[in-house]
Design a protein around this ligand. Structure first.
Ligand code: Z15
Length: 828
């Protein structure tokens, strides 16, 4: 099997853009032409946003030049295509991504400077495309970039939400949510495709029709919404290949009821439209917690059904025969959100194409595969049978049919165990019947993957244990990855330059080359340059902190960073408790020679997740007290940066000395922020959880700070009936922290603000915060000790950068291609 080719340095430099014809003057003229004729603005009066749009359109033209040949050559070759179905694509900004992948950054900077425009300022006038919540959505964006970079013909399919993830504002320490409005000034990267439009049905009834002794089922939907396509070209590294991200927007089939309008009922005339178009209005802001709302199920079916219609139409146009679908199409379900695809594809094959059931099932199973991203039982999606029966009556029948055949075949093969049958059933019969989307996805897929080695093992042992005994080859591991183009080259050009100087340009095409850095990890002059780059990034972040929060931090302090969604299992609570313990220790011995530290937090809480929001408030309350306490002499600062998003991550990650990856072992499926921080040389303090385990394997025990219970120990502690009160009694340090919070110093005027939070820990410490506290505190002191040894610290940091090449999403995508999709990158 041909592996993706990594060009030699010589070939790479020939492929490297700027393209032959792209000089500064050409680009400058192109930008001015866009500003004039596409934006309609005179350069004399154009504002920053106008310039940004003009530049984006100029860049988009260059992308399109490569998009058409990519698409054409895929048609010509007839190669198999990958379809990545995801309810989330957390893209962020595209300007630098596009410029860098096209090799046009420097040329564009020069062209703009001739026009008196600063490229770096334009960069920040682009809104983040925040069509995702966190790790799952960002993974989809990294995968799109890697698939393009590897020349794998692929489409991303999702929803073009009018409003992405809410904007977080911190008011008096509390999180407030405001609607996000990324489209308010238009989106220069996308192409609207009004002609690519599919009807999506909901509700109604199913009519059995007898035909030659057989029964066919005809679904008569009660209402129909149109899905309209918007395409964004995704350009790969060195502009080699361009794929399409196709996002669906909902349009009412009947936007205006003229009869109502004529009677003067203006609002009523539009009500149907408002209801129909609500489908693509807002991204549900819940990460790891199913929204459970009817509108969410409508979103899931809407984009899945539109995507299937689109890809089947494309398949039939080109290959004529729907039976060859698995040879030409690989559908990857990003979590269970598009799992209804299993029933929808069966409906299309059986009801619309008259394929016999068994053959349809084979086609479906060979085409679909499914990625699981969590083990947490409360995060697994289920839908009430009654709701699904009402919204998707034919799909409900099909799911019952699949389930009946599935359970019968198990019984026939002698698997009569009730416990097994009920655990692999598609229907949860306990407490109101519900459809289990995880089980539907598992059964409908030929491969099911976890996202880290540990997570995949646990999948086999827990949620899919019985399924795994019946289908032992179905579960495979695909450890997550990140695109180094965004998370190293674009976020940290200074470090990138150092790497290229040290190990050569080829490191930009082959992440494996990074290991050569290990040779200079102990080299004083390399360490000095590495440290100087970090210092510059920390100075920039300090400026940002001063600007946004009016807090002064010392760029020479240790920057200790926890950036991710706020969730109990991620244990920001543990971090802030340790911060308080450190604060207490500093107050007890103010004259000791403390390592100056800045604790940096950022992350959003789901709007309805009260505990998570209270943890944000606690962090901010602690910040207020600590930051203004003269006894700590500025050696401890606490910072909560609001509105964490991809762009803020790009600013924080290169400035991080310490990466907090402290989830309860067994609960973080993988993590991907851990990879970004390690790549940029932040040392990890973390538990043996998710991909931390694999980072540990690669960077080595001396270059990471592991602490706490392992996943197996966590299970044991739970089964033994964990008693947090006993832990507290045995830990003077933690008792002291609890007393400090109970005393009310962080909540003047409301001394009981955190009583519930602390009592909650004592009564039911589900995430074993108390159990890991002492070990965490001790490990943090080891961090401070290493920090004092500057040579050893930088050596460890450089070894992190050197040894995490494995976590490139190019590697992940190659594994999916070889072992799940059976697609092979084109080499032409
Ligand atoms: C999400 O962001 C993740 C899992 C989920 O089940 C949902 Cl609904 C959202 C995250 C995992 O928590 C994280 O560990 C993983 O790295 C990421 O998905 C990508 O696989």
């Amino acid at each position: 099997r041909p592996k993706a080719t990594v060009p030699s340095a010589e070939v790479a430099s020939r492929i490297a853009l700027p393209a032959q014809d792209e000089d500064v003057a050409t680009l400058r003229r192109a930008v001015v032409a866009k500003l004039t004729y596409a934006v309609g603005k005179d350069p004399i009066v154009a504002n920053e946003r106008d310039w940004f749009v003009a530049v984006a359109l100029t860049v988009r033209d260059r992308i399109v030049d490569r998009w058409m040949p990519s698409t054409r050559s895929n048609y010509a070759s007839g190669d198999k295509r990958v379809y990545y179905l995801s309810l989330e694509f957390l893209i962020g900004r595209l300007l630098y991504d596009s410029l860098n992948n096209l090799g046009l950054t420097d040329t564009m900077r020069a062209a703009l400077s001739e026009l008196g425009v600063d490229l770096d300022r334009l960069r920040s006038s682009e809104p983040d495309a925040a069509l995702g919540n966190g790790g799952l959505g960002r993974l989809a964006a990294c995968f799109m970039e890697s698939m393009a970079s590897l020349s794998i013909p692929a489409y991303g399919y999702g929803i073009r939400y009018d409003h992405g993830l809410f904007r977080q504002v911190i008011k008096d320490g509390w999180q407030q949510e405001y609607p996000e409005d990324w489209l308010s000034f238009g989106n220069p990267w996308e192409f609207e495709r009004p002609e690519v439009e599919y009807p999506i049905g909901f509700g109604g009834s199913v009519e059995p029709v007898s035909e030659d002794g057989a029964t066919r089922y005809v679904w008569h939907p009660g209402d129909v919404v149109d899905a309209v396509a918007y395409d964004t070209p995704v350009v790969g590294w060195r502009g080699r290949h361009v794929n399409t991200l196709r996002l669906w927007s909902a349009r009412a089939t009947n936007p205006l009821r003229l009869d109502a309008f004529n009677e003067g009922d203006y609002v009523g005339a539009h009500s149907g439209r408002v209801w129909a178009e609500a489908i693509s209005d807002v991204l549900y802001p819940s990460d790891e917690t199913p929204a459970g709302q009817e509108l969410r199920l409508r979103q899931e079916y809407f984009f899945t059904a539109a995507s299937l219609q689109d890809l089947i139409r494309r398949h039939l146009n080109q290959h004529k025969d729907i039976r060859t679908l698995p040879d030409k199409v690989a559908i990857q379900l990003n979590d269970t959100h598009p799992a209804i695809a299993v029933a929808e594809l069966m409906r299309i094959l059986v009801d619309l194409h008259n394929i016999p059931w068994a053959e349809a099932w084979e086609i479906t199973n060979a085409t679909i595969s499914y990625t699981n991203h969590t083990l947490m039982p409360e995060a697994l999606e289920t839908w009430p049978v009654a709701l699904m029966g009402r919204l998707l009556p034919r799909h409900m029948q099909i799911i019952f049919m699949i389930n009946g055949l599935h359970l019968d075949s198990l019984r026939q093969s002698g698997k009569n165990d009730d416990a097994l049958l009920s655990s692999v059933s598609l229907i949860d019969e306990q407490g109101g019947r519900r459809v289990r989307m995880g089980n539907l996805a598992f059964l409908g897929a030929h491969k099911v993957n976890g996202v880290s080695a540990l997570h995949t093992d646990l999948l086999k042992q827990t949620v899919f244990r019985d399924f795994n005994s019946v289908y032992p080859d179905r579960i495979v591991n695909k450890t997550n990855g990140i695109t180094f183009r965004r998370w190293l080259f674009e976020a940290n050009p200074g470090l990138t330059r150092l790497i290229v100087d040290a190990v050569g340009e080829r490191a930009m095409d082959d992440a494996g080359e990074l290991t050569k850095l290990a040779a200079v990890a102990g080299d004083a002059s390399f360490q000095e340059k590495y440290a100087a780059n970090r210092r510059a990034k920390k100075a920039a972040l300090s400026d940002l902190i001063a600007e946004r929060l009016d807090i002064k931090v010392d760029p020479d302090a240790l920057f200790d960073v926890q950036i991710k969604r706020i969730h109990e299992y991620k244990r920001q609570f543990l971090n802030i408790l340790e911060t308080i313990a450190l604060y207490n220790a500093m107050r007890a011995q103010p004259q000791r020679d403390w390592v100056p530290r800045v604790k940096i937090f950022a992350g959003k809480a789901a709007a309805s997740y009260h505990r998570a929001k209270l943890i944000i408030k606690l962090i901010n309350d602690v910040a207020k007290v600590v930051n203004s306490d003269p006894t700590v002499q500025g050696k401890l600062k606490v910072v909560f940066l609001p509105n964490y998003n991809v762009s803020l991550a790009e600013n924080i990650i290169p400035a991080a000395d310490l990466s907090e990856q402290i989830s309860t072992a067994g609960m973080e499926a993988s993590g991907t922020g851990n990879m970004k921080l390690a790549l940029n040389g932040g040392l990890t303090i973390g538990t043996m959880d998710g991909a931390n385990v694999e980072i540990y394997d690669r960077v080595g025990a001396d270059n990471i700070f592991i602490f706490g219970l392992t996943a197996a120990e966590v299970t044991k502690r739970w089964s033994g009936g964990y008693d947090a009160r006993a832990t507290l009694a045995a830990s003077p340090m933690l008792s002291d922290v609890f007393d400090t919070i109970y005393s009310g110093i962080f909540s003047p005027g409301e001394s009981g603000r955190y009583t519930g939070l602390l009592d909650g820990l004592l009564n039911d410490d589900r995430f074993l915060v108390t159990a890991d506290f002492d070990a965490y505190y001790a490990r943090q002191r080891d961090v401070a000790t290493l920090w004092r040894n500057r040579e050893e610290w930088w050596k460890a940091a450089i070894l992190n950068t050197a040894n995490v090449g494995f976590f490139s999403s190019d590697r992940t995508i190659r594994e999916y291609s070889d072992e799940i999709w059976n697609v092979h990158p084109r080499t032409d």
